[in-house]
Design a binder for this molecule. Structure first.
Ligand SMILES: Nc1ncnc2c1ncn2[C@@H]1O[C@H](COP(=O)(O)OP(=O)(O)OP(=O)(O)O)[C@@H](O)[C@H]1O
Ligand SMILES: [Mg+2]
Length: 169
Protein backbone atom coordinates (compact mmCIF):
# COMPACT_ATOMS: atom_id res chain seq x y z
CA UNK A 1 0.00 0.00 0.00
CA UNK A 2 1.34 3.38 -1.05
CA UNK A 3 0.43 6.16 1.24
CA UNK A 4 2.08 8.89 -0.83
CA UNK A 5 -0.94 9.14 -3.17
CA UNK A 6 -3.27 9.53 -0.26
CA UNK A 7 -4.53 12.66 1.35
CA UNK A 8 -4.55 12.62 5.10
CA UNK A 9 -7.21 14.19 7.30
CA UNK A 10 -6.06 14.53 10.90
CA UNK A 11 -9.04 14.69 13.19
CA UNK A 12 -6.96 14.99 16.33
CA UNK A 13 -8.07 13.56 19.67
CA UNK A 14 -11.84 13.07 19.66
CA UNK A 15 -14.34 11.74 22.16
CA UNK A 16 -16.75 8.94 21.27
CA UNK A 17 -19.52 11.24 20.09
CA UNK A 18 -17.14 13.23 17.89
CA UNK A 19 -15.66 10.05 16.45
CA UNK A 20 -19.15 8.89 15.58
CA UNK A 21 -20.06 12.21 13.95
CA UNK A 22 -16.95 12.03 11.75
CA UNK A 23 -17.69 8.43 10.82
CA UNK A 24 -21.23 9.41 9.82
CA UNK A 25 -19.93 12.26 7.65
CA UNK A 26 -17.56 9.83 5.96
CA UNK A 27 -20.38 7.31 5.56
CA UNK A 28 -22.60 9.89 3.87
CA UNK A 29 -19.91 10.52 1.25
CA UNK A 30 -19.60 6.86 0.24
CA UNK A 31 -21.00 5.86 -3.16
CA UNK A 32 -20.30 2.13 -3.15
CA UNK A 33 -17.18 0.21 -4.12
CA UNK A 34 -15.04 1.72 -1.37
CA UNK A 35 -12.77 -0.30 0.89
CA UNK A 36 -12.43 0.99 4.44
CA UNK A 37 -9.42 -0.33 6.36
CA UNK A 38 -9.47 0.24 10.12
CA UNK A 39 -6.13 0.07 11.90
CA UNK A 40 -5.65 0.43 15.62
CA UNK A 41 -5.00 -1.47 18.80
CA UNK A 42 -7.58 -3.49 20.75
CA UNK A 43 -10.41 -1.29 21.96
CA UNK A 44 -9.32 1.70 19.89
CA UNK A 45 -12.80 2.10 18.39
CA UNK A 46 -12.72 0.29 15.04
CA UNK A 47 -16.08 -1.42 15.55
CA UNK A 48 -17.55 1.78 16.97
CA UNK A 49 -16.42 3.67 13.86
CA UNK A 50 -18.00 1.07 11.57
CA UNK A 51 -21.28 1.19 13.55
CA UNK A 52 -21.46 4.92 12.89
CA UNK A 53 -20.58 4.58 9.19
CA UNK A 54 -23.35 1.95 9.02
CA UNK A 55 -25.96 4.47 10.14
CA UNK A 56 -25.21 6.56 7.06
CA UNK A 57 -25.67 3.50 4.86
CA UNK A 58 -29.21 3.05 6.17
CA UNK A 59 -28.37 0.30 8.66
CA UNK A 60 -29.58 0.22 12.26
CA UNK A 61 -26.33 0.47 14.25
CA UNK A 62 -27.69 -1.77 17.03
CA UNK A 63 -27.65 -4.78 14.69
CA UNK A 64 -23.90 -4.39 14.07
CA UNK A 65 -21.94 -7.00 16.02
CA UNK A 66 -18.18 -7.26 16.18
CA UNK A 67 -17.13 -9.79 13.54
CA UNK A 68 -14.23 -11.06 15.71
CA UNK A 69 -15.63 -14.61 15.67
CA UNK A 70 -17.76 -14.72 12.52
CA UNK A 71 -14.90 -12.96 10.59
CA UNK A 72 -17.32 -11.51 8.01
CA UNK A 73 -20.80 -10.06 8.59
CA UNK A 74 -23.06 -8.69 5.85
CA UNK A 75 -25.68 -6.00 6.47
CA UNK A 76 -27.92 -4.89 3.60
CA UNK A 77 -28.74 -1.21 4.08
CA UNK A 78 -31.29 1.05 2.41
CA UNK A 79 -28.41 3.07 0.88
CA UNK A 80 -25.59 0.51 0.48
CA UNK A 81 -24.71 -2.96 1.75
CA UNK A 82 -22.03 -3.12 4.44
CA UNK A 83 -19.59 -6.01 4.51
CA UNK A 84 -17.86 -5.88 7.89
CA UNK A 85 -14.82 -8.05 8.57
CA UNK A 86 -12.32 -8.57 11.36
CA UNK A 87 -9.15 -10.47 10.43
CA UNK A 88 -7.63 -10.49 13.93
CA UNK A 89 -8.09 -14.23 14.49
CA UNK A 90 -6.68 -15.25 11.11
CA UNK A 91 -3.01 -16.12 10.83
CA UNK A 92 -2.06 -15.92 7.16
CA UNK A 93 -2.72 -13.78 4.13
CA UNK A 94 -4.05 -16.85 2.34
CA UNK A 95 -6.69 -17.40 5.02
CA UNK A 96 -7.64 -13.75 4.81
CA UNK A 97 -8.07 -13.81 1.02
CA UNK A 98 -9.98 -17.12 1.28
CA UNK A 99 -12.75 -15.39 3.20
CA UNK A 100 -13.90 -14.12 -0.21
CA UNK A 101 -14.19 -10.69 1.31
CA UNK A 102 -12.86 -8.77 -1.67
CA UNK A 103 -15.17 -10.59 -4.10
CA UNK A 104 -18.11 -9.12 -2.19
CA UNK A 105 -17.04 -5.59 -2.98
CA UNK A 106 -19.15 -4.10 -5.76
CA UNK A 107 -20.74 -0.79 -6.70
CA UNK A 108 -23.60 -1.29 -4.22
CA UNK A 109 -21.47 -2.23 -1.25
CA UNK A 110 -18.78 -0.98 1.08
CA UNK A 111 -16.25 -3.31 2.67
CA UNK A 112 -14.95 -2.37 6.13
CA UNK A 113 -12.04 -4.41 7.52
CA UNK A 114 -10.74 -4.35 11.09
CA UNK A 115 -7.18 -5.68 11.53
CA UNK A 116 -6.54 -5.47 7.74
CA UNK A 117 -2.76 -6.00 7.93
CA UNK A 118 -2.90 -9.51 6.39
CA UNK A 119 -4.40 -8.24 3.13
CA UNK A 120 -2.73 -4.84 2.87
CA UNK A 121 0.47 -5.94 1.14
CA UNK A 122 -1.28 -7.52 -1.85
CA UNK A 123 -4.18 -5.12 -2.21
CA UNK A 124 -4.94 -4.06 -5.77
CA UNK A 125 -8.00 -2.07 -4.75
CA UNK A 126 -7.49 1.64 -5.21
CA UNK A 127 -10.72 3.06 -3.77
CA UNK A 128 -9.26 2.71 -0.34
CA UNK A 129 -9.77 4.70 2.83
CA UNK A 130 -7.52 3.96 5.79
CA UNK A 131 -8.69 4.95 9.24
CA UNK A 132 -5.97 4.91 11.90
CA UNK A 133 -7.13 4.96 15.50
CA UNK A 134 -5.03 5.16 18.62
CA UNK A 135 -5.77 5.44 22.30
CA UNK A 136 -5.18 8.79 23.96
CA UNK A 137 -7.01 8.12 27.23
CA UNK A 138 -10.12 6.21 28.32
CA UNK A 139 -12.46 8.55 26.44
CA UNK A 140 -10.36 9.97 23.59
CA UNK A 141 -8.94 8.49 20.40
CA UNK A 142 -6.54 9.99 17.90
CA UNK A 143 -7.97 9.61 14.40
CA UNK A 144 -6.27 9.96 11.00
CA UNK A 145 -8.05 9.23 7.75
CA UNK A 146 -6.09 8.53 4.54
CA UNK A 147 -8.07 8.89 1.30
CA UNK A 148 -6.91 7.55 -2.08
CA UNK A 149 -6.49 9.95 -4.99
CA UNK A 150 -9.13 8.05 -6.97
CA UNK A 151 -11.76 9.06 -4.42
CA UNK A 152 -11.88 12.71 -5.53
CA UNK A 153 -15.61 13.02 -4.63
CA UNK A 154 -14.80 11.98 -1.08
CA UNK A 155 -11.85 14.38 -0.83
CA UNK A 156 -14.00 17.25 -2.10
CA UNK A 157 -16.69 16.56 0.48
CA UNK A 158 -14.21 16.15 3.31
CA UNK A 159 -12.31 19.30 2.23
CA UNK A 160 -15.55 21.28 2.32
CA UNK A 161 -16.44 19.82 5.68
CA UNK A 162 -13.02 20.72 7.09
CA UNK A 163 -13.19 24.26 5.70
CA UNK A 164 -16.63 24.76 7.17
CA UNK A 165 -15.75 23.54 10.60
CA UNK A 166 -12.04 24.37 10.49
CA UNK A 167 -11.23 20.80 11.39
CA UNK A 168 -13.59 20.78 14.38
CA UNK A 169 -17.19 19.65 14.67
N1 LIG B 1 -13.35 8.46 21.75
C1 LIG B 1 -13.74 7.20 21.63
N2 LIG B 1 -13.93 6.68 20.39
C2 LIG B 1 -14.32 5.38 20.25
N3 LIG B 1 -14.55 4.52 21.27
C3 LIG B 1 -14.37 5.00 22.50
C4 LIG B 1 -13.96 6.35 22.73
N4 LIG B 1 -13.87 6.53 24.07
C5 LIG B 1 -14.20 5.38 24.63
N5 LIG B 1 -14.51 4.44 23.71
C6 LIG B 1 -14.88 3.06 24.01
O1 LIG B 1 -13.84 2.23 23.50
C7 LIG B 1 -14.40 1.00 23.08
C8 LIG B 1 -14.02 0.76 21.64
O2 LIG B 1 -14.42 -0.55 21.35
P1 LIG B 1 -14.44 -1.15 19.89
O3 LIG B 1 -15.07 -2.50 20.02
O4 LIG B 1 -15.02 -0.20 18.94
O5 LIG B 1 -12.86 -1.30 19.62
P2 LIG B 1 -12.14 -2.11 18.47
O6 LIG B 1 -11.03 -1.26 17.99
O7 LIG B 1 -13.13 -2.60 17.49
O8 LIG B 1 -11.52 -3.35 19.27
P3 LIG B 1 -11.09 -4.80 18.74
O9 LIG B 1 -9.68 -4.68 18.25
O10 LIG B 1 -11.20 -5.67 19.95
O11 LIG B 1 -12.04 -5.20 17.64
C9 LIG B 1 -15.91 1.09 23.27
O12 LIG B 1 -16.25 0.47 24.48
C10 LIG B 1 -16.16 2.58 23.35
O13 LIG B 1 -17.28 2.87 24.16
MG1 LIG C 1 -13.65 -4.47 16.77
Amino acid sequence: MERSTQKVYELGAVNEQELCSWAKVLGECLRGGELLLLEGELGSGKTKFVRCVAQSLGIDETVIRSPSFTIVNVYPGSVLTLIHADLFRLSSAEEAWDTGLMEMLDSKSVVAVEWPELIMKDLRETKTIIVELSLVDSSHRLVSVFVDSELDYLRESLDKYFERFSGGL
